[in-house]
Write a protein that binds this ligand. Structure first.
Ligand code: GLU
Length: 603
């Protein structure tokens, strides 16, 4: 296991056991809970897949794997076995936190000019479709590694709910329909995707259509029966390589050796203390944990709770801390197996206090640049992209073990290429497409053979001052993930909100000098006040966000799904509007009542 900082590992020895699981069912929209644990996911059918595993006595990791596989089937635009993942786990018996890195790798042939054509770097939009953006998928070996350490049920049983969904069919949701429509160019790139999800006139199949994917059912059955290596060696690996290399758009140079040698990693978590709460997450190649933690820690000297969640000054402070944290992230974070990431320096309390000292409650910083943490190498800034091909879910089992997992294919429908009924990722566009910055210095996140692109995914577990799990949370939405996760934590710790309320709170995203506030949200009313504080460029942005969490509150596990996603719905008999007053709104109620008449009764 790679150690990030000695204090991190040592800190876990002090953690107490986890709270006991309630005997009574915990009913929450988008969350499958049966009295012995809880699962929260972006789609109720996936939450139910995880819950069914827990009911059979499975562990949190077992449930997370089953949820990931089910999401592959029903939310194909967002994630799947053609992509990668990070898992953060809490083992209640040992009181330890572990992380698992299943981030995709670049083919050995890749280098700084991988995304260059005729001596010029492709734009991100040009680089996404086709073979070159595809990294060797990491999800299956990551799941296998975590299962080896934390699994209780047989590997094959974790595949059964997803196999059933792919074989028997699933209803197209409004969200999948909207993605099929918006991303028709990518979503329909391969012939089998066109046949499954689109009508002859090129429009997506209507909401409620039952789609069956026999090819995916067969792939999942094979990996379930023959084990994880059957994904990486043999016909499936050959199909991946053939597909990316023969792509008419951006052909790759991947080899079966690239696929066969893929390794998932078991890593120490990155943790730090915020107001007495221990925040643990995913280290490099993710920028998630370091950036979430810096954002929080730089705010510690301000009393956000006293300011309150509706106060523009609180959000101004959050924006300022975010600008500082993202500046460091953009300069220093990348795959630590390839570049020196100054991890200890970035997490250092004195360093973060010096960064925090730059923040003023009554005026905007004129100029934000990366700081110089101890151990900082000379690197340049890299290009950033924003995506939506990701999904987060949390599972808690009857023993109090927790798995917080984010799974991705990067952009909606990834590269658009499909093999074996699943989409291949376009994760390699998470690299900087140019190897050097404007100043000629190398970019930490440049393309290199075998390297993993930097991620923003931030599966996180938060421990109360008494050492017990308080919250497990994560999100989808590219670079906004960090802002969403930090907001959820601030909501729970500083504003004393439930996880559901904290997730529902509007998003503010300030990765640079522009401040984006969530379109149509209460934050829009703060725009004049933010401008008065000196934020010259404040814009609104569509709420393409999606977070999921499980929290321990009032002596029980309570799941929280994002009201912006379909995960808010109940896992079973979800569509009786009267049963779901808590989060229902009229528009969604109507939409789902309509869908209900089209879905299979076994759902
Ligand atoms: N590929 C992105 C990352 O790893 C996530 C994309 C998304 O959230 O949609 O940071």
């Amino acid at each position: 296991m790679r150690r990030f900082a000695p204090f991190i590992a040592a800190a876990f020895l002090a953690l107490g056991g986890c709270a006991t699981i309630p005997a009574a069912p915990v009913a929450r929209p988008g969350v499958a809970s049966d009295g012995v644990g809880s699962v929260s996911a972006a789609d109720p059918r996936a939450a139910e897949a995880g819950a069914s595993i827990i009911r059979q006595g499975g562990s949190a990791v077992d449930a997370a794997i089953a949820t990931m596989l089910a999401l592959n089937v029903i939310e194909p635009q967002s994630s799947g076995i053609g992509g990668g993942s990070f898992i953060v786990t809490f083992d209640a018996a040992k009181a330890t936190v572990d992380t698992y890195n299943g981030r995709e790798t670049a083919p050995a042939a890749a280098g700084g000019d991988w995304f260059f054509k005729d001596g010029k770097a492709l734009t991100v939009a040009e680089a996404i479709p086709g073979g070159k953006s595809v990294g060797v998928p990491g999800n299956i070996r990551n799941a296998a590694l975590a299962h080896q350490a934390h699994g209780k049920l047989p590997w094959l049983s974790l595949f059964q709910p997803a196999i059933a969904l792919a074989r028997d069919g699933f209803a197209v949701t409004p969200r999948l329909y909207a993605s099929l429509k918006t991303y028709a160019a990518t979503g329909a790139l391969s012939a089998d995707a066109r046949a499954l999800f689109y009508q002859p006139d090129g429009s997506p199949v209507p909401v409620g259509t039952i789609v069956r994917i026999p090819a995916l059912a067969a792939t999942l059955t094979q990996i379930g029966e023959r084990g994880p290596d059957s994904f990486y060696v043999g016909p499936n690996a050959q199909a991946i390589v053939a597909s990316v290399n023969a792509s008419p758009v951006n052909p790759s140079r991947m080899t079966t050796g690239d696929v066969a040698t893929f390794k998932a990693e078991h890593l120490a978590p990155v943790c730090g203390l915020y107001r007495g709460y221990r925040i643990c997450g995913m280290g490099p190649p993710s920028s998630g944990a370091t950036t979430v933690f810096a954002l929080l820690k730089q705010l510690e000297r301000f009393d956000l709770g006293a300011l309150g969640k509706d106060n523009p000054v609180a959000w101004h402070l959050i924006a300022e801390s975010m600008r500082l944290a993202y500046a460091d992230r953009d300069r220093y974070l990348a795959d630590a197996d390839y570049v020196r990431v100054p991890l200890t320096g970035l997490l250092d309390t004195a360093y973060l206090a010096s960064r925090s000292a730059l923040i003023s409650p009554d005026r905007t910083m004129a100029n934000v640049t990366a700081g110089v943490p101890s151990g900082a190498p000379a690197t340049a800034l890299g290009l950033e992209t924003v995506e939506q091909g990701t999904t987060h879910f949390v599972a808690v089992d009857r023993y109090g073990n927790v798995a917080s997992m984010t799974s991705t294919i990067e952009s909606p429908f990834g590269s658009g290429l499909r093999v074996g009924g699943y989409y291949l990722n376009n994760e390699l566009t998470d690299f900087s497409l140019t190897p050097t910055g404007a100043d000629g210095r190398p970019v930490a996140n440049r393309v290199e053979g075998g390297k993993r692109p930097r991620s923003s995914m931030a599966p996180t577990i938060v421990f109360s001052p008494d050492g017990k799990v308080r919250l497990a949370v994560g999100a989808a939405g590219g670079a906004t993930i960090i802002a969403q996760v930090a907001k959820a934590i601030i909501g729970v710790i500083d504003f004393n909100l439930s996880a559901r309320e904290a997730i529902a709170m509007p998003v503010l995203f300030a990765p640079g000098d522009t401040v984006f506030v969530e379109k149509g949200s209460a934050h829009e009313a703060m725009i004049p006040a933010l401008r008065a504080l000196g934020h010259a460029d404040v814009r609104t942005r569509d709420p393409s966000f999606k977070a999921n969490a499980v929290e321990w509150v009032g002596g029980r596990w309570v799941g929280a799904a994002d009201p912006r996603s379909e995960g808010r719905r109940r896992p079973r008999n979800a569509f009786d509007p009267a049963s779901d007053e808590e989060t229902r709104d009229e528009e969604d109620g109507r939409r789902w009542r309509k869908l209900r008449s089209n879905i299979s009764p076994t759902w």
